[in-house]
Every structure is written in C-alpha cells, then in structure tokens.
Design a protein around this ligand. Structure first.
Ligand code: PLP
Length: 402
C-alpha cells in the first residue's frame, strides 16, 4: 500500500509569512535592467555609497593575518567593546560587555531577540507603517502582531497614549523603529521614554530598532534606548546595525544591547544557529566603530541634501502629498488621489510605474499602510531628479487616461 502523506509539506509556522515586498521590487527592477532598460531604482533600502576605505582595508588585513577562523558566537571581545565604546562616546552611556552580542546584521538581531522572547499566543505591538520584516518575524515565532496605525496627517507620529491603548495581558513586546523605515518619522524622545516606562510597569519588553539611528536631519541629535534609566533596562532592548551607518550592507554585521540575561539566551540560540558573524566582518566592524567617523557625517549631509530636494519636488506634483521626515533615507508619499477602479492598490501603482515609466519604488501595502509608496533616496541626486520628472509625466498620463 502506498504511503499517503499529508498535503502539508511545510511547517505550520510559515503559514502567515509573506515574501518581502522590498525584495520583490528589487527582482522586478533587476529583470528590466538585464533587458537593457534604464531603470531609476529607488526601491532598495541600501546606501549607494561604498564601504569607506579604512573599513575595507581592515577587512583585507584580517584575511592576510588569517583572522579567518571561528570566533566566540557572540563576537570577539574587541568588537563588543567597540560597540559599547561608540555608545559611550555618542550617548555617554555605560553598558557592560555581557549586555552586548554581535549578530549577522540587524535582521539577525531582531530575529534572535524574538526567538528568545516570543511564545505562541504572545502579542507583539507594531506601529504601522512598519518595516516589512517585523510582523513576519512575529509570525515565524508563533506570536500575533498587533498593528497600531499611525496617522499620515499627523506625520505618522507614535505616542505613548496610542501604544498604551493597545497593551493587554497578552502583550509581550513592543517594537519601535525610530527613525522609521518606511516613513522616516522620528519618535519624540519624551514619548519614547514614556512608552518604555509604561511597558516596564506591565513587564512588557520594548525592542528599539535603531538601524537608522544616525540619519537625522534639521539638527536633530541621535538618541538611544540603551540610555534609558537603570531601572528600565531590564525591559529595553536595542537592535543595531552597521549596514546603513557605515555602508556595510553586504558584510552582515549588527548587534543587540539588552539585559545580560536576554543576551545569554540569545548567545545560546546563536551558538546553535549561525555561530559567529563572519570573522572578517568583525575586524572591519571594529575599524568602523573605532576609526574616524567623517564618512558617516558626509553621508548624513548628502542624504539631507537629497531629502531637501525630493520632498518639495514631490509635493509640487498635483495630487501627491508627502510628509517631510526628519530621519532615515525614505519618503512615504500619499498616492491615494490616483487610485481608482482600474488601479486599486499601491502594488498596481508601483507595477505600472515600473513597467511604464521605469521607476522602481516599493508599494506601501507591504508596510501595512496602502495608498502610499516608499521612495528611497539612497540614490544619486541626479537619479532623484530624473525619477521626479518621470513620476510627474506618468501621473499626468494616468490622469489623461481616466
Ligand atoms: N531594521 C530596519 C528598520 C531596516 O530597514 C533594516 C534593513 O533594511 C534592518 C533592520 C536590517 O538591516 P541589516 O540586517 O542589513 O542590518
């Protein structure tokens, strides 16, 4: 008798997990490019700058010195110390080595944090629009994302009142991301602290994704959840990344700073999972964190220049409304005025914009607020000018066809 197996071949935990919409755009744009089409690609959330020379040299030196073997799963001590030194110099905060773990990028830090904290049945509060990965990681860990919508009219601002309203006995974690991908919105430090206080009183963790921490404009100064008062630290976790700050996306290096008891649980996971982040990336990371920071300041200045062009240029297009973000390198314009029967969603919109005007952007649907598109300005100034021209023409032709 033939063995009849269940039709369900893949694990239950994958049931609610969706593919990354940002990756889908990248693939579609790459296909067009390979066919020889000149695509203006504003889809990718990755710096267009190269990794600074001093960091690359440190990586090369590491290879030549045969620093190519396993390291402790949590990262070498000089790297953990270098992360803490950055926080000491930038924020005046003292944390201990056993409160930091190096990870394979920020994504890995977030994933392992949730693996260490979330059980099936736990709720995780996530403000929307959110970075595509947050709810998917919650699903993978068997938790339930509780999505809290912010208001575009109020600059997507996140307040303690809004978060408080959604806390319940089932809430295990609140994920905050300031500056935010995809909106660029920044949470006011006072509100941030209040959320941490409310959470700690209820024994709820707060994960602060600070991967865009340094990308702030209009003179705003960076801050970190690692500096919350001592009595809150048991509940507050920072997820950081070298990807954007040092233009090191391909090196895959990030970290978590949190209570030592959480860090040791994450070390347990990491020891069986990836083991250490690549030794060569760790050596480069030490140089990034302890070497000159001028290249970071230059990148921030250039992003601000691009934002200062892009936002008014978008708002100048009839029907487009774009909030002026104070951080990250994204804008999240409202394109609801152009949606109708034949063009219902931001996916339809982004698909047509790519195929007809050859501009790649990311539809807002994947970020939990449809009717918007995410434009990354981690692209050359001239590319942004061209994109605005093409977008304006595309929208004009859309309107004339209606
Ligand atoms: N967090 C946010 C909000 C992001 O946008 C990203 C990358 O796009 C990451 C974390 C993770 O970056 P990485 O894994 O490259 O460090």
């Amino acid at each position: 008798m033939a063995l009849v197996k269940s039709a369900r071949l893949f694990a239950q935990r994958l049931q609610n997990v969706e593919e990354s919409s940002t990756m889908q755009v990248m693939i579609a744009a790459q296909k067009l490019k390979s066919e020889g089409v000149e695509v203006v690609d504003l889809g990718a959330g990755e710096p267009d700058f190269n990794t600074p020379e001093n960091i690359k040299e440190a990586g090369k030196r590491a290879i030549d010195a045969n620093f190519t073997r396993y390291t402790p799963a949590v990262g070498v001590a000089p790297l953990r110390d270098a992360i803490l030194r950055r926080y000491r110099e930038d924020f005046g905060v003292e944390r201990k080595r056993d409160e930091v773990i190096a990870t394979v990028g920020g994504k890995h830090s977030i994933f392992n944090t949730l693996l260490a904290l979330i059980d099936p049945g736990d709720d995780v509060i996530i403000p929307a629009p959110y970075w595509v990965t947050f709810p998917q990681v919650v699903h993978l860990c068997g938790g339930r994302p509780v999505i809290v919508e912010t208001s575009p009219e109020q600059g997507f601002s996140i307040t303690s009142e809004l978060i408080h309203k959604h806390m319940s006995d089932r809430t295990k974690l609140v994920i905050l991301n300031s500056p935010c991908n995809p909106t660029g919105a920044v949470i006011a430090p006072g509100e941030f602290l209040k959320i941490c206080q409310l959470a700690a009183e209820r024994e709820i963790y707060v994960l602060s994704d600070e991967c865009y921490q340094v990308f702030l404009y209009d003179g705003l100064q960076p801050s970190t959840a690692a500096a919350v008062p001592e009595h809150l630290r048991r509940w507050v976790i920072v997820s950081g990344s070298l990807s954007k700050t040092y233009a090191m996306t391909g090196w895959r290096l990030g970290y978590t700073i949190g209570p030592s008891e959480l860090v040791s649980q994450m070390a347990k996971i990491q020891g069986h999972e990836t083991s250490n982040p690549t030794s060569i990336a760790q050596a480069a990371g030490i140089e990034a964190l302890t070497g000159p920071q001028d290249s970071v300041r230059e990148m921030i200045r250039e992003y601000e220049r691009r934002r200062n062009f892009l936002v008014p240029a978008l708002n100048h297009i009839p029907g487009v409304r774009c909030f002026t973000p104070q951080g990250a390198f994204y804008v999240y314009p409202d394109i609801r005025a152009f949606l109708h029967e034949g063009l219902k969603t931001s996916d339809d919109f982004a698909g047509r914009l790519l195929s007809e005007a050859h501009v790649a952007v990311t539809p807002g649907s994947g970020f939990g607020m449809d009717g918007f598109i995410r434009i990354s300005y981690a692209a050359a100034y001239t590319a942004l000018e061209e994109a605005v021209r093409r977008l304006a023409n595309f929208l004009r032709s859309l309107e004339s066809k209606r």
